[in-house]
Design a protein around this ligand. Structure first.
Ligand code: DQA
Length: 143
C-alpha cells in the first residue's frame, strides 16, 4: 500500500511551536517516525510539506495516480481553504485528516475544518502519534 503524507503551512516549524500543543518534535523527527511506523505496518510512505497552497494542491493532483491512501494536515488552511478542500474531495482513495493539537478545544475559528465532510476519518489532538493512528486506519481499511 502506498500512502502520501501531506503537511501544510507552518508544519515545517512545529519544533519551534508550543510543545504543549504540537508535541515538540521537529518535522524531520516526525517524518522519521512516520517512515518507521510505515515500515512496521508494511506500507510505503512519501512525506511532503509545503508553505505554498498551490504546491499542496499540485501534490494532491500528483498523488491521484500514486497513492492508495492519504494523510493530510493542512495546518491553518484547514480552516478556510476551499481550494485545498476541492482538491481533497477529488481523491478516490481514503483520506485521513490529522491535527496534532485538539482543534476542537481551541479558539472558535480553529474548531471548524473545511475538509471535515470530504475526508474518510479524522485524528485530532493525539500529537505525533496521531499520524501512526492515521496510518493504521488506512492500512486496516485496505486489508
Ligand atoms: C494544526 C492546527 C491548526 O489550527 C494550526 O493552524 C496548525 C496545526 C494541528 O496540527 O494541530 O498549523 O493543523
Amino acid at each position: 500500500m502506498r500512502i502520501v503524507v501531506l503537511n501544510g503551512v507552518n508544519l515545517d516549524v512545529i519544533g519551534r511551536r508550543d510543545p504543549g500543543l504540537y508535541g515538540g518534535l521537529a518535522l524531520s523527527e516526525l517524518e522519521t517516525r512516520i517512515y518507521e511506523w510505515a515500515s512496521e505496518l508494511g506500507c510505503t510512505v512519501r512525506c511532503r510539506q509545503t508553505n505554498h497552497e498551490g504546491e499542496l494542491i499540485d501534490w494532491c493532483h500528483d498523488a491521484f495516480d500514486w497513492a492508495d491512501g492519504v494523510i493530510i494536515n493542512p495546518g491553518a488552511w484547514s480552516h478556510y481553504s476551499y481550494a485545498v478542500r476541492d482538491a481533497v474531495e477529488l481523491f478516490a482513495v481514503p483520506v485521513v485528516e490529522v491535527h496534532l493539537s485538539n482543534i476542537l478545544e481551541r479558539e472558535e475559528w480553529r474548531r471548524f475544518s473545511v475538509l471535515e465532510d470530504v475526508v474518510t476519518a479524522r485524528v485530532i489532538g493525539k500529537g505525533p502519534d496521531g499520524y501512526r493512528e492515521a496510518l493504521e486506519l488506512l492500512v486496516k481499511g485496505n486489508e
